[in-house]
Design a protein around this ligand. Structure first.
Ligand SMILES: O=C(O)CCC(=O)C(=O)O
Ligand SMILES: [Fe+2]
Length: 401
């Protein structure tokens, strides 16, 4: 796989970071002064300094982290009042982005949620898959307070390769500074920048309720796409769903680590692989979701290579092409997105104008080891239309011209 395909996140060392020698090891130290200095040297225009310099990425943490230990995840969504009285207290509006997926909630402050409110946040996120909150103070809190908030939802994941604010490896940073034209080099070898994935699915206990919040946002573009993988599962015929049940796939972190190494950057933890079911069940909603992604899923266990490639390609295309189960989040200052990494895929879009800063932080609580519940014939969705199709009753609806 070409290096550009492995990870859409900022390459390190990006040319907006200075390689500095700190004793025996090398570090990448960022900062607005550094960006402007590099930009000046390159004769490009200055950009405004980062609004949250405390969140600028460094890769100077030479700590080698031990393999992650198994832990018991407690799913708070299971305790939640499904009427969401605490989550929505004071809300001025709750608007669906599309009927199946995504809601935008206005009027509440995430950082002020009570314990009950947080439980309800976990459940509502699982139900709607993606929540958009505007006018939030999360990015302006001390980083430790933001982490304390996130840690309610699960053990915080430390990413093996990404940049982090100095001293806070639990924050995963997405940052592109003055040299966005370098970032866009991806488009020299690819026709688009879309890289659907769920985060770090190679982990044994990949993330659940996850948080992404914006620090600096381009004037236009840089939206984040989300796909609802429960809906993607539900769209499949019962016969096809039945066939997928019981299958497992290998997810690998090796390529991401290798990619980081080959850029001269860090690998905090030795890469791992995990085997997960193709269909996982959400512990709070009981919903079944497809759980494969082209970033980290490598092959289906027991299938020959061509068989595995064929089936995975179908599933990836199904997710990528079904715009009627996807939402597109437009960032504005002080926006926080909460999403459930267990039942969604997402992708950045790298389409904004050169020279603008895009800077986001992710807090990534880990969740349970993915589990599968058996195909449930009683819950077959769309069985009637499938029967109708078989009986030739249901023609193909035409749309547009
Ligand atoms: O940059 C984005 O919009 C999303 C980046 C991403 O994939 C992540 O933070 O998990
Ligand atoms: Fe991601």
């Amino acid at each position: 796989m070409a290096p550009g395909l492995v990870d859409p996140r900022p390459a390190a060392p990006a040319s907006d970071f200075v390689r500095a020698s700190v004793g025996p090891k090398e570090a990448f130290i960022g900062g607005p002064q550094v960006f402007n200095k590099v930009a000046e040297e390159q004769g490009t225009e200055k950009q405004p300094p980062a609004t949250h310099p405390n969140y600028l990425p460094v890769w100077d943490d030479a700590t080698k982290y031990a393999p992650l230990e198994p832990f018991t995840h407690y799913e708070h969504g299971k305790d939640a009042d499904p009427k969401f009285p605490d989550l929505f207290r004071g809300a001025t509006s709750v608007t669906e982005l599309i009927p199946s997926t995504g809601s935008e909630v206005r009027g509440i402050q995430l950082s002020a949620l009570t314990t009950e409110g947080k439980d309800q946040l976990a459940l509502f996120t699982a139900q709607r898959k993606v929540l958009v909150f505007r006018d939030q103070d999360l990015a302006d809190l001390p980083i430790q307070e933001a982490l304390d908030f996130g840690s309610y939802f699960g053990r915080l994941h430390i990413h093996p390769t990404s940049g982090a604010p100095k001293g806070y490896p639990e924050v995963h940073l997405v940052h592109r500074g003055a040299d966005d034209n370098k970032a866009m080099e991806l488009l020299k070898t690819r026709t688009n920048s879309v890289t659907w994935h769920s985060d770090v699915t190679y982990e044994n206990q990949p993330p659940g309720t996850s948080f992404l919040y914006v620090l600096d946002v381009p004037t236009a573009g840089g939206d984040t796409l989300f796909a609802n993988q429960v809906e993607a599962y539900n769209r499949l015929s019962p016969e096809f769903q039945r066939r997928l049940h019981g299958l497992k796939a290998l997810h690998s972190g090796h390529e991401q680590a290798q990619n980081s190494k080959s850029r001269g950057s860090i690998v905090r933890r030795e890469p791992v692989t995990s085997i997960h079911p193709l269909i996982r069940t959400h512990p709070a909603t009981g919903e079944k979701a497809l759980y494969v992604n082209p970033q980290f899923t490598r092959h289906i266990i027991g299938y020959k290579q061509e068989e595995s490639d064929f089936l995975l390609k179908f599933l990836y295309d199904h997710i990528a092409l079904s715009q009627d189960l996807q939402v597109r989040v437009k960032w504005a200052p002080r926006t926080v997105v909460v999403w459930d990494n267990r039942v969604t895929a997402h992708s950045a879009t790298l389409d904004w104008a050169n020279g603008q800063r895009r800077h986001l932080a992710r807090i990534t609580p880990q969740a349970e080891r993915p589990t599968e519940t058996p195909f449930d014939a009683d819950q077959e969705k769309g069985s009637e239309s499938t029967e109708n199709l078989a009986n030739g009753k249901n023609g193909v609806a035409t749309q547009g011209g």
